[in-house]
Design a binder for this molecule. Structure first.
Ligand SMILES: C[S@@+](CC[C@H](N)C(=O)[O-])C[C@H]1O[C@@H](n2cnc3c(N)ncnc32)[C@H](O)[C@@H]1O
Length: 304
């Protein structure tokens, strides 16, 4: 079985691809996977971090198709806003350069909306589909339908960001598909949802065996609407995520404390300023009175 340590590293490619998910991808793409042969597909490549890893599992005769807008501005306003905010540095050239830093050949590249994937991959051919394009519910819902159409019956589909605070649309699309559209959970990591439109049991048995043989990994089986799901994690990733959260809230409370202290100092400064103004007003009044008295004295002496 191929492990992450057998692969060329993708650490120098910019992107969002946690260590645990890299290991899980290697697990689900390995030559002894439940579905070991078939095409590979990625929707949303960014600079190619996950694509460069997936591409290392391409067997002779298989096709790896990647799709991205590669910086083209989507006509859809919310999608355009998200892409401008998060992916402004992306160009197709950059993706190709990064991909070729790990591979000798490029995959099949489609520059289009994710909905166009069904025009480039034949129905029922993919063993592994990574959905990591738009985070908007309407798009994810279409991607679910496309994945179902292009996948082999027991192939694996992975949805990124299924539980992040900034991507509720992905959560909505994924869980709707579980409840209503035949998507069966296999597993979840901290960032990704692994599922199939076929039978999840053989995938889950194999996954549990793998987790048990890796002392740093943990798992628990839970049921969601009657469907078993294997939660997989490792203590370091959980600690890092918690640490990130704790660090953020610690920063926020430091900032609020600073603002409160500044507020207090401003109130003191305001009071002092008011006192100085009162003092100045009094002084100018008494200076005026003194000047008036002097002028009267001078006028009286001049009259004498
Ligand atoms: C989160 S990034 C992908 C990250 C990448 N898989 C990695 O591991 O580093 C999302 C990508 O989806 C692309 N994208 C956003 N909306 C899209 C859409 N409607 N159709 C196709 N691609 C889209 C963006 O250009 C961006 O490169």
């Amino acid at each position: 079985m191929t492990e992450l340590s057998d692969l060329k590293p993708v650490k120098d490619i910019p992107g969002w691809f946690p260590w645990l998910d890299q290991r899980l991808f290697a697990h689900f793409l390995s030559e002894d996977a439940v579905v070991p042969r078939g095409d590979l597909v990625e929707l949303g490549t960014y600079m190619g971090k996950s694509a460069a890893l997936i591409g290392q599992f391409l067997n002779p005769g298989e096709t790896f198709t990647v799709l991205d807008l590669f910086g083209a501005t989507p006509g859809d306003e919310p999608n355009a806003v998200e892409n401008a905010r998060s992916y402004s540095r992306l160009t197709r050239d950059r993706f190709e350069q990064y991909y070729l830093s790990v591979h000798d050949e490029l995959p099949v590249i489609v520059q289009d909306y994710s909905s166009a994937i069904v025009d480039h991959v034949k129905p029922g051919t993919a063993r592994f589909v990574h959905v990591d394009a738009s985070h908007l519910y309407e798009h994810v819902a279409v991607d679910v339908g496309s994945a179902r159409r292009i996948m082999l019956p027991d192939g694996v589909v992975v949805f990124d960001d299924f539980r992040s605070w900034h991507t509720p649309g992905v959560a909505a699309g994924v869980w709707e598909a579980v409840i209503d559209r035949g998507l069966r959970p296999i597993a979840t990591s901290l960032q990704k949802f692994y599922g199939t439109f076929g039978d999840p049991a053989p995938h889950q048995d194999r996954l549990i065996g793998w987790v048990r043989s890796h002392p740093r990994h943990r798992f628990e089986t839970v049921e969601i609407a009657g469907h078993p799901l294997v939660r997989v994690w490792d203590d370091e990733s959980v600690a890092r995520q918690k640490g990130g959260g704790d660090a953020k809230s610690a920063n926020l409370s430091r900032i609020s404390a600073d603002v409160a202290a500044l507020d207090k100092r401003l109130t003191v400064i305001d009071r002092r300023l008011a006192a100085v103004q009162r003092d100045l007003a009094e002084r100018s009044q008494s200076t005026g009175r003194r000047a008036l008295r002097a002028a009267r004295r001078w006028a009286a002496s001049a009259r004498r």
